[in-house]
Design a binder for this molecule. Structure first.
Ligand code: RIB
Length: 331
């Protein structure tokens, strides 16, 4: 089957190849509506697929944005990617999803790949201390917006959650319910958001004279990690009445282990997570958690990026969202 070209369309429409090219590259302000519609009708009848690389070279725009995220198996990231894609599509852009498995070297490979594909901009969710990735993006002059994973850098644009405040709300809630032996499971040490969440717990527990390092455990944001750390808690903590996990996925793993050991939730132990991913309200008992406005954060980050791509003036650099306590069945 012969490939349909711009020449075929030009011949049938009785116009030059340049005219057809201008229609497909959105440079058709001087072409009559009638001609434009005739060209598009013929292209549709011939099932013509524009060459996106040629279009990008001609217009220096690909109308595509990249999403670089650390762990597509974690529902937080698939949900935020969904929000970004919805907003991108509504503004005439496609998205290219890149999963880095929290590996810095994969981040850098994907950044170089996206740049080679003439991507217009990148939403970047860092997997760790991604200073080199940030440097690469700045060096190449690619518009980019950080979301969720906070990185200290005065030049960046970002959309973040007030992690500290969310944890304080959760601890205060448990204390008001008379809980005192509250175990805390930290997120990966290398992440700034993990430090912010832990500090919210530590400051609040110290405020009431309840802080003890024996109540603090290291997690990794994964299901298996949640199961393993909960086995350690059961083995090593003589008395606990609550476990506050730094994300929902670890809480899911922990709940499975606690139920297997015969704990009643919330009777014997109260559980709080962090994120409020969709599945949190479908497990039994439903998870009490600190809800990040995941969809709003993704939508706002995408909107901010496209304003940067369009070189709009006075774009607000940093947006913060306040998480909120969602009380369900586990606490
Ligand atoms: O569950 C994944 C965690 O990593 C979330 O808390 C989110 O903030 C992301 O950074």
């Amino acid at each position: 089957m012969k490939k349909v070209t711009i020449s075929d369309i030009a011949k049938l429409a009785g116009v030059s190849k340049a005219t057809v090219s201008m229609v497909f590259n959105n440079k058709d302000e001087n072409i009559s509506k009638e001609t434009r519609e005739r060209i598009l009708k013929i292209a549709k009848e011939l099932n013509y697929i524009p060459n996106s690389v040629a279009r990008s070279l001609a217009t220096n725009r690909s109308f595509s944005i990249g999403i670089i995220l650390p762990d597509i198996t974690n529902p937080f990231f698939s949900e935020i990617a969904r929000a970004i894609e919805d907003e991108a599509n509504s503004l005439g852009y496609n998205v290219v999803l890149c999963n880095t498995d929290n590996k810095i070297e994969k981040e850098e490979e994907y950044i170089k790949l996206l740049i080679s594909k003439l991507i217009d901009g990148i939403i970047f969710i860092a997997g760790g201390d991604s200073k080199k990735s940030i440097f690469l993006l700045k060096e190449k002059g690619i518009p980019f917006v950080l979301v969720d994973r906070y990185i200290e850098d005065k030049d960046i644009f970002g959309v973040f959650c007030k992690n500290y405040e969310g944890i304080v709300d959760g601890v205060e809630y448990l204390l008001n319910k008379g809980k005192r032996n509250i175990v805390f499971v930290k997120g990966p040490q290398k992440l700034e958001i993990s430090k912010q969440r832990f500090l919210g717990y530590k400051d609040t527990m110290q405020k009431y004279g309840l802080y003890s390092e024996e109540l603090v455990f290291q997690g990794d944001f994964t299901l298996e990690g949640g199961k393993k750390v909960t086995e350690d808690i059961i083995k090593n903590v003589k008395k606990f009445d609550s476990i506050f996990y730094s994300n929902d996925v670890m809480a899911f793993g922990g709940i499975k282990v606690l139920l297997k050991h015969g704990y009643k939730i919330p009777g014997d132990v109260n559980i709080i997570g962090f994120d409020d991913v969709q599945i949190s309200k479908f497990i039994e008992p439903e998870l009490t958690t600190i809800a990040q406005p995941i969809y709003e954060m993704g939508k706002s980050a995408c909107n901010l990026l496209i304003r940067l791509i369009n070189k709009e003036e006075n774009v607000e650099k940093i947006l913060y969202f306040r998480p909120k306590l969602i009380i369900r069945g586990t606490a």
